[in-house]
Design a protein around this ligand. Structure first.
Ligand SMILES: [Zn+2]
Length: 480
């Protein structure tokens, strides 16, 4: 079965068909580093993480880029008015915008670590890509798709890109009627968005990286076009973000990039729904606003928070509660206990049995794959995991079955990353006494030229998931 993902652009499930066979390029809009990341941000980042892990599980090589916005994200995205979020935070705290960016970028990376995120291959900062943004702005100006006004601001001219609105479904007329007209008569059209802005008081400023421009700073949207092109080329396979990024941010990314390259920017656009807390939109005034640190301070682990944030289907609203964290704790413990028992049986600490779980494990693997291949249905996939846990717990499995079941759990962990590492108890140490005895019996049989017994012992050892390695000091057992 192919991997099918819901594409916000085509509004249907589309098969993932990478532009370069077996290699998937992925871009995710990253954090704006002006305050501590909250758990709602991380729902979308963790969705991107699980998506990347599953695509890798399916045998593709993935290159994932996530930007860090440290300039140009205005406090009012819709109208391109308002203050740069970095500058606003600077005013509030009396610290420089550069200082604030550095602090919260570090904090973001720490949260990624705590939440067991597989780090994107590249995490560029917007402020390091001013020159690359300039190349695109220059080209858009030359093509007449963008224009510069008297004070030096540069705007993208929406009417020159008729496909504007194709992602969000907001048609131009609707926008015209619905748009609150900004007090900005510099623009030809209130919907035109900024590529470059000038402001003497702005702390982060650069000489214009395009011909004929004035000193200033970039708008928010242009950074993602520049950084995705730099690392992934002009066309990418999958672009993800939170649902609030779809308009205007992603619509603007499409306009800039496609007007610049005349090629389709992204094959599959994916958007994670918002996180609710206690069934309400998270807000500081309602007292239901949590940063990652807030949750950890309540005594929960990063793994438990990760589970609580990835457990639902990414296209459904997820309601976060503290009770949900308790459920996460119980769910993780259930899987860990099951794995620990399998390890104990495998290592001879607990009696093995006769139950053959080969078919059950194969079925669980197949079901897990199928549910994940159908638009990354994590909630169904978790149901498959817990059914399998039940099956393991009811059985007294053979050694070979234990090995297979543990392989399944290792795969689940590789994809979802929310149950923790395989229990280490004896698993990587010496082989269980039972297997050591078989190895000795094989050596004795070989000495007596009893090849049938020697081969039978070797087969038993292999079935249990171990292999015989010949060394200078004699054979020893290693995990296969
Ligand atoms: Zn972006």
């Amino acid at each position: 079965m192919p991997l099918r993902l819901y594409n916000s652009l085509t509004r249907r499930l589309d098969e993932l068909r990478p532009l370069v066979p077996n290699k998937v390029t992925m871009y995710h809009c990253g954090p704006t580093v002006y305050s501590s990341p909250h758990i709602g941000n991380f729902r979308s980042f963790l969705f991107a993480d699980v998506l990347r892990r599953f695509i890798e599980d399916q045998g593709y090589q993935v290159i994932q880029v996530m930007n860090v916005t440290d300039v140009g994200h205005l406090t009012n995205d819709d109208l391109e008015t308002g203050e740069d979020k970095m500058e606003a935070a600077s005013k509030k705290t009396g610290r420089t915008a550069w200082d604030i960016a550095k602090q919260y970028e570090n904090e973001f990376h720490e949260c990624q670590r705590l939440l067991h995120v597989r780090l994107p291959h590249h995490m560029p900062r917007a402020t390091d890509f001013i020159a690359q943004m300039g190349v695109i702005i220059d080209d858009l100006l030359q093509k007449g798709v963008a224009y510069q006004v008297d004070n030096g601001d540069v705007y993208f001219e929406i009417s020159k890109f008729p496909q504007y609105g194709k992602l969000s479904g907001k048609v131009i007329d609707e926008l015209e009627d619905g748009a609150r007209v900004a007090v900005n008569d510099k623009k030809k059209d209130p919907r035109d968005f900024a590529l470059w802005k000038t402001d003497d008081k702005h702390q982060m400023q650069w000489d214009a990286p395009f011909r004929g421009g004035l000193r200033g700073f970039p708008g928010w949207h242009i950074e993602c076009s520049a950084m995705s092109a730099h690392y992934l080329g002009h066309q990418i396979d999958v672009h993800t973000g939170g649902e609030d990024n779809m308009f205007p941010h992603h619509e603007c990314e499409i306009a800039q990039t496609e007007a610049h390259t005349h090629r389709q920017f992204v094959s599959i656009w994916m958007h994670a729904r918002h996180l609710l807390v206690d069934n309400k939109k998270m807000s500081k005034s309602l007292g239901n606003f949590f940063t990652v640190e807030d949750v950890l301070k309540k005594g929960y682990s990063g793994l438990e928070l990760r589970f609580a944030l990835v457990r639902g289907h990414y296209r459904q609203q997820l309601n976060f509660t503290l009770k949900g964290l308790d459920e996460a704790r119980a769910a993780i413990a259930r899987v860990q206990q099951c794995r620990q028992r399998l390890v104990r049986i495998e290592t001879g600490a607990e009696r093995k049995g006769e139950a053959d779980l080969t078919a059950a494990t194969a079925a669980a693997n197949a079901k897990f794959t199928a549910t994940m291949q159908e638009d990354l249905n994590v909630s169904e996939a978790l149901a498959v995991v817990f059914d399998f846990v039940g099956e393991c717990n009811r059985a007294q499995p053979t050694l070979a079955s234990c090995a297979l079941a543990l392989q399944f759990f290792a795969r689940i962990e590789d994809v979802l990353g929310c149950f923790g590492a395989t229990p280490q108890a004896d698993a990587t140490g010496d082989a269980p006494a039972e297997l050591q005895a078989m190895l000795q019996k094989r050596q004795d049989a070989k000495k007596q030229k009893d090849w049938a017994t020697a081969d039978a012992m070797r087969d038993e050892i292999q079935k249990a998931g171990w292999k015989i390695v010949d060394t200078a000091t004699g054979p020893r057992l290693e995990k296969a």
